[in-house]
Design a protein around this ligand. Sequence first.
Ligand code: PHE
Length: 346
Amino acid sequence: MDIDLNQIEEIINQIGQAQTLEEVDALYLKLMGKSGYIATATRSLSVISKDQVKEIAPKLTQLRQLTETATKKTRLEIKEKEYEKLDLEQLDLTTFEKIKQRKGHLHPVTQFEIEIAELFSKLGFQQFDAPHIDTDENNFELLNIPDNHPARDLWDTLYIDQSKLKVSPGKLLLRTHTSNSQVHIMKGLKPPFRMMSIGRCFRYENLDARHEHTFDQFELIYIDKGVNMGNLQYLSEYFLKAVFGSDIKVRLKPKYYPFVEPGAGVDGQCIFCHGAGCKVCSNSGWLELAGAGMIHPNVLRNGGIDPKKYSGIAWGFGPERMVMLKYGIEDIRLLKSGNLKFLERY
Ligand code: PHE
């Protein structure tokens, strides 16, 4: 039986030079595995002379120890090199094209509202936030729309289930328009003032390309001595020219809202056909873009303002509709769809 100790030493050297943990393990098994060189050599001790055993056995023990220490050492060295590599690796998140593209931005309706709020703040209008959940009183009654008034049909209303409420704040609803801010403002401020109220409104609507249950309104309330329909015409032109360009024609036509008298529909000449008549304006040449009017004396009185001393105008429009016209968007439901592919365009 030949025991080749040189070969074992050679393999121990290889362990010292191995580059991967797999290599180390394979070499270790080659020596220490069941049929590895050292195990085989150890088994052969039983068939050799006593003198040979005396000479070889201690060498084998030494080689076994050498194998263990070389394996341990090399494994550690390899691991340390890998950690060093990890330390050097840097993740530069800005290089991810996708993350760059998904940089968030404001919703097109919000962008538009900010733009218009800036426009009117130049004329001295300040923002006021009225509650989304409000009383029937603020949303209707104090605006000259008592219970069972036929005009209530203009607003399909979502009422709040109050059966579990312990307090009774009056009949609650989701505001159907930003006009709910009118009496809040009048009760909170002394005239003269110029205020704007912007935000979510809610109606019980059948949804289609032009109707949403949740939408925004933008409303101006301007109360002072001697405010009149001329101011209304001016504000309407100021606004529509800023949005659609200085050559847009604007007209007021009579329109009924219970909280204004006289009430007006604010029309802009159709931006698609310039008055010639087309599908968008139902061949009329005009688009109705806002509702407005002189604040009804009853409403002023409800807000604690003397209609003999002061007069006021209220003026409101739907930002969604404006944004749709501005960008040629045909379905209002796209705006709150959460569809990023659509929203990323604006
Ligand atoms: N609140 C009205 C609506 O929701 C719009 C309006 C505002 C009309 C101000 C007149 C004055 O339709």
